[in-house]
Ligand binder design. Structure first.
Ligand code: ADP
Ligand code: MG
Length: 696
């Protein structure tokens, strides 16, 4: 196979060499392809120079001038060292200040031409005059004949120590020129035409060293046509890999679960409600997958309380009646236990055997699982460990919260079994993200709540408003309702001073002495926990003080109040999950968030979102927005390739274009034989993380 220009090591490009290559490697730049996708984080328009005298205060500016003086000063008593640099452009002077960075005095000489970029402030001492605090700086030499650093829109790259802004820019100029001379278009022309995307050379040139035909503002937002092209490419590579993976799986042999459905019919007669249309629809989608002789790979999405459990149980019964075992896997032990209780209550009367298997449980019915006596196994990752052998595992249900990505699922299939897989997400995630994390899966959604659910009313309380809060709680209790009070930890931790459930239970008992208070926490024995939970369900307990044990799966329709203490410490997904524990019966329900101390900006936003929205999908979008693409719900953990240019929050349209085209190309020509360079680009992007294409 010929090597593509993209794989060319930057070290061999003229003017780079081993020493600089080492520094570049620190920035993740090893090959030309890395360099191409190493984009400036900012652009500066140095075609026109901003006169210092015309500057408005509190704006971000890049100012060019000559150094006329500099001095390292000390504040009285020597508390702080301030380095001051005075520059002028003839219209006025501007002072740059650096605090406690005395080495700055070695950087500049009087007479140097420099660019300082930063927010321009009023001189704090005189009240007039201009200054910048810790601005970015660059010394401009007068021999910039190629106009790399001046008289143009200049790219600003993130540097590393040992490489100045200016040196890195010269290197990038070199690399980009070299790359764009050699680069050949690899994307099919009809695709580029359809979306009006520029040619790869033009995109690479302009994204790094813009020719001036596009507004700086667009460049700075990452929204120029050149950015779009590179983002499209990244998303295309990503989606093409997923498409190939899906195609490959679809060819594999799987089980055809061909039972008549007697168990399902029996179950549906037993349950005290009728399925919603959405539940019926997704059940039909799942069952028709299961009947086909290929492995099912399906994602089931549905908001908290939308009724996913019963759907999962239906799928399990189809597997069991067809003569196979089934397993359901939860991310934590507590969640596994909750599922166990729930599912057992559904299937108790059907004469099936289900068992719980977690890491810490001593009882391990391994022999019964291996001999096929157990029909349904509920557990954690422990399920996948060696020593856990099934007789004939036919269906795996993964109930997860974004902890199982494409790669883990692939590993699971490789365990030698080829079972059907159903992934359930308890918290909905934005569509764009699910197309990335779960882009290889078929998709079912429960987009309808069971009838007679009223939206939960959510209110925020400060910790000093407890009296009011307790008054409301008491009036609900008097109506016969039940209450959850959730705390983030179980033991008093001096350091954090969190109110712990254990000590707080006594407090609550004092305040609500006429009511019965129960306690559940993670350190209790599972059997004790079960007992308390059952007592709460049977209304022998009015107030349940607990840690997040009850996050998922608990179902007490008479409970109408959820109090979340230290709500500022919970993530949005978790808050939404907790709130989902109320509003399950015919009563108006409430979620009271109690916040302590000074809130961080993020915490404040999270709580606002909770008060404002009830819809899980909406909350997921907001969560994504608040946390930003950097924290993609653990895409990193899931081992997905990094996106360097594309931004899943902003480039949603580009994502759907790229997905459509990638799936089309792979469907027409699975091995992408027609486009060999493109194929190698896709393989390079996935970097051997997954075997995407058949090796033939
Ligand atoms: P989740 O999707 O959060 O896992 P669950 O499966 O726990 O939701 O269901 C939430 C509650 O709604 C449970 O009490 C369940 O029995 C009930 N439920 C499920 N489907 C229906 C339905 N179609 N009509 C009425 N109640 C339902
Ligand atoms: Mg559930």
């Amino acid at each position: 196979m010929s090597r593509d220009i993209q794989d060319y090591p930057v070290q061999y490009v003229k003017g780079i060499g081993p020493k600089r290559a080492k520094l570049l490697a620190r920035l993740g730049i090893n090959t030309l392809s890395d360099a191409i996708f190493y984009l400036p984080f900012r652009y500066e328009d140095r075609r026109i120079t901003q006169k210092i005298a015309d500057i408005r205060y509190n704006t971000f500016q890049a100012v060019t001038g000559r150094v006329i003086a500099s001095e390292l000063k000390e504040t009285p008593k020597g508390k702080m060292k301030i380095y001051e640099l005075v520059i002028t452009d003839g219209s006025a002077v501007l002072t740059g200040k650096w605090f406690n960075q005395p080495y700055m005095k070695k950087v500049f000489k009087v007479g140097d031409r420099v660019v300082l970029s930063g927010t321009v402030k009023r001189n704090s001492y005189w009240g007039v005059g201009y200054e910048m605090h810790s601005p970015e700086y660059e010394i401009i030499e007068d021999n910039d004949t190629e106009n790399i650093h001046s008289s143009r829109i200049v790219p600003i790259y993130r540097c590393t120590s040992g490489l100045s802004t200016r040196t890195l820019r010269s290197i990038m100029y070199n690399l980009v020129n070299f790359a764009s001379q050699q680069l050949q278009e690899y994307m099919p022309e009809d695709i580029l035409r359809r979306y009006n995307l520029p040619d790869i050379r033009e995109a690479v040139q302009n994204v790094h060293f813009p020719n001036g035909g596009v507004e700086v503002e667009l460049l700075n937002r990452g929204d120029s046509p050149y950015h779009h092209r590179l983002a499209f490419d990244e998303l295309f590579f990503l989606q093409a890999g997923l498409a190939a993976l899906k195609k490959k799986m679809a060819r594999e042999k799987g089980i055809s679960f061909d039972a008549e459905g007697d168990l399902i019919r029996e179950l549906l007669q037993e349950i005290p409600f009728t399925l919603t249309d959405a539940q019926k629809r997704v059940i039909e989608e799942i069952l028709s997958d299961m009947r086909r002789p290929y492995p099912m790979n399906r994602l089931l999405q549905g908001d908290v309380g939308s009724g996913k459990t019963i759907v999962a149980v239906v799928a399990m019964l189809q597997a069991v009646e067809s003569g196979f075992q089934t397993a359901i896997m939860a991310p934590t032990e507590i969640l596994a236990e909750q599922h166990y209780l729930n599912i057992r209550s559904f299937i108790e009367s059907l004469g099936l055997r289900c068992e719980l298997l977690t890491g810490s449980r001593k009882e391990r019915p391994l022999d019964e699982i291996a001999s096929g006596k157990v029909d349904i196994v509920i557990g954690t990752h422990a399920l996948l460990q060696e020593g856990v052998e099934f007789k004939n595992l036919g269906l795996i249900i993964i109930d997860e919260q974004h902890r199982f990505g494409v790669l883990q699922r692939a590993a699971l299939r490789k365990k030698g079994m080829n079972p059907d897989v159903l992934v359930m997400t308890a918290t909905p995630i934005p569509r764009t993200l699910s197309l990335t994390l779960y882009g290889d899966l078929d998709y079912s959604v429960i987009d309808e709540m069971p009838p007679n659910r009223r939206p939960v009313v959510t209110k925020l309380f400060r910790h000093n408003q407890k009296e009011l809060l307790y008054k409301i709680i008491r009036s609900e209790l008097k109506k016969g309702r039940q209450v959850y009070i959730v705390y983030p930890t179980i033991e008093e931790s001096e350091k954090l001073r969190l109110r712990s459930a254990v000590s707080e239970k006594e407090e609550i008992e004092k305040i609500f002495h006429e009511f019965r208070v129960g306690l559940i926490h993670g350190r209790m024995k599972p059997s004790e926990r079960d007992d308390t939970m059952r007592a709460f369900k049977a209304k022998e307990i009015d107030i349940l003080v607990c840690t997040t044990v009850i996050e998922v799966g608990v179902d007490v329709p008479n409970a109408s109040v959820m109090v979340i203490e230290h709500a500022e410490r919970f993530g949005l997904a978790q808050l939404h999950q907790l709130r989902g524990r109320v509003g399950r019966g015919p009563y108006q329900s409430y979620c009271f968030l109690v916040a302590y101390g000074r809130l961080t900006e993020e915490a404040r936003k999270r709580l606002e979102v909770m008060v404002k929205y009830n819809d899980g999908f909406r909350i997921a979008e907001e969560d994504f927005r608040i946390r930003g693409p950097g924290e993609l719900f653990g895409t990193r953990q899931s081992g997905m390739p990094d996106l360097k240019v594309a931004d899943l929050l902003r480039h949603t349209k580009i994502l759907s274009m790229a997905r459509q085209e990638a799936f089309r190309i792979v469907n027409e020509d699975e091995q992408i034989k027609r486009w060999p360079v493109l194929k190698r680009m896709i393989e390079r992007f996935w970097r051997g993380k997954i075997e995407i294409f058949r090796t033939s």
